[in-house]
Design a protein around this ligand. Structure first.
Ligand code: SF4
Length: 430
């Protein structure tokens, strides 16, 4: 039996795709190893969203080529797609596979055929894994869309993943049913630009229509949306979460800047007034909602004044946490050519201000949730430090509770009751 190891960098879509590659290899009779040292085949699924992510991807490749040079080393993912020449320069890499062929890795290894070394993407990058087996994961990711047509001025993703493509609705429903049969109680719908779902079909559909149809089918008890653009988070979607507890009251929304001039330069299709109204509206309809937002610090031309506007804009928003990204110039994007770059040390300092603000927002949000009752999915793995069970509520609180193993993977009622000094939330099973 041949053995393989997969190292994944980057986003949830990449993780989902690594699971897909692994599932296919296991179906062919390969065995997955926990460490790179025991594997005959090592696959590195890379990321290119920032130059740091690209560098970390190359570091991960080097670590494997140095530690296990006799294994067959295959590199795939976004960095392999965008900058294969940087990977070619690393000794002992056997194959570089673009997005087009990443799901043929199992076929080609299995049949001992040479892997087609293409760095172009097409529709074969979109694949479902009906057979996704239940491993150690409690909540399943389902990739329903890939690619993006928006070309925001800072973003390399459309170049790495191509045009928007959607999984057909009937396949999504079948997959959700299958995931439920395989023991999952929560599925996270994921994609690169999920709000564009259905717009590529000859007979166009929309993401909110898809959600409506998912809600009508008896599939998995709980659905979460991974991330959605502000202008695509429609009233319908907010109302589904209000009227149907199957859709989690948790939205992750990219803001990117709290200054209209910068948003325009980023080519984002909304302004701060729109964003603020959206956040107010969601909070009114869903009083316990968790709202996470993405923000980029140090976009070219972002002055102190622009940054301060962003900071106070976010401070005034009723949100729960931030994901903070330092701006990273990516060759091939429009912003790469902008001349008014912000100094790296200034970008770092802006990021740390925003991360502090994120902690404040998180504490503020969690303090409001103490002593309230929630439905939560109990995770498969216990908390390493305390050995308590980990419960994830529909509004994305992570709460540690006492309980026996038979609660694992079930949906139970819990009540968060206190924090500790490490900002961990503790609760009881109700
Ligand atoms: S940031 Fe813009 S271009 Fe990049 S994936 Fe999102 S919508 Fe598409």
């Amino acid at each position: 039996m041949k053995t393989f190891y997969i190292k994944t960098l980057g986003c949830k879509v990449n993780r989902y795709e690594s699971d897909g590659i692994a599932t296919e290899l296991i179906n062919y009779g390969f065995k997955k190893t926990k460490t790179m040292h025991d594997a005959e085949i090592c696959i590195i699924n890379t990321c290119t969203v920032t130059s740091k992510a690209g560098m970390q991807s190359r570091q991960a490749i080097r670590k494997i080529t140095n530690s296990n040079p006799s294994s067959k080393i295959i590199v795939t993912g976004c960095h392999a797609q965008i900058e294969p020449e940087l990977i070619k320069a690393i000794e002992n890499v056997d194959e570089i596979i673009g997005h087009n062929n990443k799901f043929h890795i199992s076929d080609t290894i299995n049949k001992s055929l040479p892997i087609p070394n293409s760095n172009r993407y097409n529709d074969t990058t979109f694949k479902s894994f009906k057979h996704l087996v239940k491993g150690e994961m409690t909540r399943a990711y389902l990739k329903i869309q890939d690619g993006c047509n928006s070309y925001c001025s800072y973003c390399i993703i459309p170049y790495a993943r191509g045009k928007s493509r959607s999984m057909p609705e009937n396949e999504i429903i079948t997959n959700l049913k299958q995931l439920y049969l395989n023991g999952f109680n929560e599925a996270i719908l994921t994609g690169i630009h999920i709000g564009a779902w259905g717009l590529d079909f000859t007979k166009k559909s929309t993401f909110s229509r898809l959600l409506q149809n998912i809600m009508m089918e008896k599939t998995i008890p709980r659905i979460r949306i991974s991330s959605i653009e502000p202008n695509e988070l429609t009233d319908d979607i907010i109302n589904f979460a209000k009227d149907n507890t199957r859709l989690c009251d948790h939205f992750h929304i990219p803001l990117q800047s709290g200054d209209d001039e910068i948003l325009k330069k980023m080519e984002r299709p909304y302004n701060t007034k729109f964003f603020k109204n959206l956040i107010v509206k969601i909070n009114k309809k869903l009083p316990r909602v968790s709202l996470g937002i993405d923000v980029i610090a140090g976009f070219p031309g972002e002055t102190r004044d622009h940054f301060e506007k962003t900071y106070s804009f976010i401070k005034d928003l009723e949100i729960s946490y931030l994901h903070v990204f330092p701006y990273s110039p990516r060759k091939g994007t429009k912003a790469y050519e902008f001349s008014d770059k912000v100094d790296i040390s200034e970008i770092k300092s802006r990021c740390s201000f925003l991360r502090k603000l994120s902690n404040e927002k998180k504490n503020e949000f969690e303090s409001k949730m103490i002593n309230k009752n929630f439905k939560a999915v109990i995770q498969t793995k216990r908390d390493k430090k305390t050995n308590l069970l980990k419960a994830t509520t529909s509004n994305y609180l992570s709460v540690l509770v006492k309980g026996e193993n038979d609660l694992k993977e079930k949906i139970v009622d819990i009540i968060p009751i206190k924090w500790d000094e490490n900002n961990k939330l503790y609760g009881i099973v109700n």
